[in-house]
Each structure stands twice: as C-alpha cells, then as structure tokens.
Design a protein around this ligand. Structure first.
Ligand SMILES: [Zn+2]
Ligand SMILES: [Zn+2]
Length: 157
C-alpha cells in the first residue's frame, strides 16, 4: 500500500470507534468511543445500559424529554472503563463517532482529556464554545466509511 493510501492515525482510531459503535445496545443512536494516548488504545466505550441491566434493544427505551436515558453514553463509558481498570487517561485524545452531548463533554473535560475528535455533529453546540475557552481541541474527523445500522426515526412528540 502506498503512503498516500495509508490511513492517518486520526482515521485509523476513528475507524476503530466506528467498529466499537456496532456494540451499542440502544438503537436510537449507535455511538462508539476510543481513548488514545501515545498512539495506544487506553479504553473504549459504546452507548449501553447499566452493567447487568437489560438492553434497550431487548426491552425498549426509558424515554425522558425525547431522549432515552437508560444508557450510559459511549465517551462516558470509555472514561468509566479507564477508571474501573486504573488506566491513566489525562492528556489523552478521545475519538467518538458523534460529537459529545453537554454532559459527556463536561466529563471528558474534567477527566483531563486534551483533544476530542468527532465523526459527525450531534446536537450540542455549547461544547464548541467551552472547548475554545478552556483550550480543549475539538476537531471534526469525517467518519472513514465503516457503515453502521441506521437508527429508526424518532417517535412523534
Ligand atoms: Zn435506549
Ligand atoms: Zn453523552
């Protein structure tokens, strides 16, 4: 393979985040996250229920204000997996297939991550303003092409 065809590190880790997303158990939104330090995967996470609880894909969603609140989001799960295993993630980069919601963004910021690469824009713009203010790099890396199952359309209301 020529140098021109070789995936950049950002594309490489974003492709892995897309594969991680295929493990999501809430079909409203398939999201995958990979935390990387020194070009090494430190942790991964996907959108899913509390450990030991049934999956949305089996028992349905827990809806609140138009969102499913049954799940822990991918980027938060990646942070929690690092915490659970005692892995240092300060200074690391987060690759996530959809830009973080406001709650996840706050956790990513205070977990000491310094760079967020997101595959597609999702909903929240506040993170972009705050990222600038606190010097956290937030960059768009277009999803490299692993195709994911489509989420069903949102129910009315
Ligand atoms: Zn759900
Ligand atoms: Zn989130």
């Amino acid at each position: 393979m020529s140098q021109a065809q070789r995936a950049s590190w950002d594309e490489y880790f974003m492709s892995i985040a897309q594969v991680v997303a295929t493990r999501s158990t809430c079909p409203r939104k398939f999201v995958g996250a990979v935390i990387v330090g020194s070009r090494t995967i430190l942790s991964t996470g996907y959108n899913g229920s509390i450990r030991g609880m049934p999956h949305c894909s089996d028992v349905g969603h827990m809806m609140e204000d138009g969102h499913c609140v049954a799940t822990i989001h991918a980027e938060t799960n990646a942070i929690l997996q690092a915490a659970k295993n005692g892995v240092v993630i300060a200074g690391a980069t987060l690759y996530v297939t959809a830009s973080p919601c406001w709650n996840c963004f706050k956790q990513v910021a205070n977990a000491g991550l310094v760079r967020i690469c997101y595959g597609e824009f999702y909903r929240d713009t506040r993170s972009f303003d705050v990222a600038r203010q606190i010097g956290l790099e937030l960059v768009h890396i277009p999803l490299p092409g692993v195709s994911l199952p489509a989420a069903p359309p949102l129910p009315p209301g």
